[in-house]
Design a protein around this ligand. Sequence first.
Ligand code: UDP
Length: 347
Amino acid sequence: MSRKILILGVNGFIGSALTEAILKEKDWEIYGMDMASDKLEGCLGSPRFQFVEGDITINKEWIEYHIKKCDVVLPLVAIATPSIYVSDPLRVFELDFEANLEIIRKCVHYKKRVIFPSTSEVYGMCEDEEFQEESSHFVLGPIHKQRWIYSCSKQLLDRIIYAYGVHNNLDYTLFRPFNWVGPKLDNIFAAKEGSSRVVTLFIADILHKGEIKLVDGGKQRRSFTDIDDGIDALMRIIENKDNIATGRIFNIGNPTNDVSIRELAELLLKLVKEYPDYKAIAEKVKVTDVSSEAHYGTHYQDINRRVPSIKNAEEFLGWTPKVDLTTALRKTLDYHLGRAAGELDSQ
Ligand code: UDP
């Protein structure tokens, strides 16, 4: 069935990969807004993709008009970078919570289906072996640990969306990405300013700094998920065959890619050495320890492990992740190292 999809934050890591997949595999139409379009190179010419440069906190009329016009809304605009949770918590609240609440309310008003990015971060420091969507507890630190403002903002939106589902029949699905990685996650040059996630940061550290810093020894673990697996899950959620995803929450992660941050650093170094042009650079890299306080400041608190239960996604979406961590990192390195060769000279 053909459908019209509104993607806010269409140039982001998830938005751009989703747009590419939809244009390739479906006959759906996409209306997208973002402040830039650099990740959308291959999509901009498509007659099924209308891109508008804009800011969701300003271009409200355009958004309202398109919520009315479309069948499904994906509000993907958010700051999802831990260093910013501690350096600029109010901006995280204003964008991730306030701006998105307005959009959710419009979806309720116009009775539109909304697919909302919750986060694996809502589980916080939960100690369950595997985090379950319906039973795990959300465990956050004290108020002065400002890292939790993101988790808390997303949690409250999850609860609001759920309540709109119960009381106003909002047709929704919440999905929780577990450390999705891939080529366009963050920019390795911006990574120098500390606005990136760990995989991009480590690649930038290897290329530019000759030193990888492991926060508190790198014992903390994450389950990294390849972007293509994540997009496969999202396509099934948008498809929503027999309304199977309506009113449900899905962890979208890969429990078999659960590694410590130290293991991640070692694997990345090993893989970079496979690229002849970068072997010598990688061989000189030192892996050192840094305290979380020195790296992020006192408002930070870490999460020791984060493994998803994916039973819901397997059962209702027929989805399982397929890409192992080495393959996911190689895809990311192919992208950055291929580009870096040319771009390093021009920076
Ligand atoms: N980390 C690290 N060195 C860095 C950056 C991050 O050891 O230079 C750690 C960080 O403390 C965290 C993990 O890597 O435990 C993942 O960090 P990321 O920023 O990707 O996001 P998170 O998974 O915490 O949301």
